[in-house]
Design a protein around this ligand. Structure first.
Ligand code: CTP
Ligand code: ZN
Length: 159
C-alpha cells in the first residue's frame, strides 16, 4: 500500500474512480446520474495529493459497476481518471478510458435554432472533433462546442 493513510476505507465491491482532476468529483457523479438517493454507499475524496496530478479527486461507489457508456462519459470530464473494478477488496480490473464516438443527450447545442433544441423528439448528438482541449461538433447543425462550454454545462447542472 503506497498511501500512508486512507481518508476513506477500501471498498469491498464496486468501482473506484481515481486520478480525477481536482474539483471534478461532483461532475463525475453528475454524468453517472448519481444523486445520492439510489442506495449506493458513495465516498468522495477531494483535493488530495497525487504524484501524477498535483491534486486529485477520487470517487468510490460501493455496489456499482459502470457500463461502457458511463465509463465513456467520465472520459469527457476526467480524461486522466482510472476506473478500478473492485471485487472482494481486490482491484480486478483497471479500465482504460476512451472517449465515446458520440455523446447523446447529455449536452445542449449552443445554437438556439438547432433542431435538437426545437424538436421535442430530437436528442442532442455531438461528435468528437478533437481531444485536449476537447472540441465537439453538433451532428445536426455543425456548431462547435468547446471543452470550456462542456464543463460549464455539466457543472451548471450540479449547482
Ligand atoms: N481501492 C479501494 N478499495 C479496494 C482496493 C482499492 O478503494 N478494495 C482504491 C485505492 O485506494 C486506489 C484505487 O482503488 O485509490 C486503485 O487501487 P490500486 O490499484 O491498489 O492503487 P494504485 O496502485 O495506487 O493505482 P494507480 O496505479 O492507478 O494509481
Ligand atoms: Zn446543433
Amino acid at each position: 500500500m503506497k498511501e500512508k493513510t486512507l481518508i476513506v476505507n477500501r471498498i469491498r465491491e464496486g468501482t473506484v474512480i481515481d486520478h480525477i482532476p481536482a474539483g471534478r468529483a461532483l461532475a463525475v457523479l453528475h454524468v453517472l446520474g448519481i444523486k445520492g438517493n439510489e442506495g449506493y454507499s458513495v465516498a468522495l475524496v477531494m483535493n488530495v495529493e497525487s504524484r501524477k496530478l498535483g491534486k486529485k479527486d477520487i470517487v468510490k461507489i460501493e455496489g456499482k459497476f459502470l457500463d461502457e457508456r458511463e465509463t465513456s462519459l467520465i472520459t469527457l470530464i476526467a480524461p486522466t481518471a482510472t476506473v478500478n473494478i473492485i471485487k472482494d477488496y481486490e482491484v480486478v480490473e483497471k479500465r482504460k478510458l476512451k472517449l465515446p464516438d458520440e455523446i447523446r443527450g447529455l449536452l445542449t447545442c449552443p445554437n438556439t435554432s438547432c433542431i435538437s433544441r426545437n424538436d421535442v423528439e430530437a436528442v442532442s448528438k455531438f461528435r468528437i472533433v478533437k481531444t485536449s482541449p476537447l472540441l465537439l461538433k453538433c451532428e445536426y447543425c455543425e456548431t462547435y462546442i468547446t471543452e470550456e462550454e462542456v464543463m460549464r454545462q455539466i457543472l451548471h447542472e450540479i449547482r
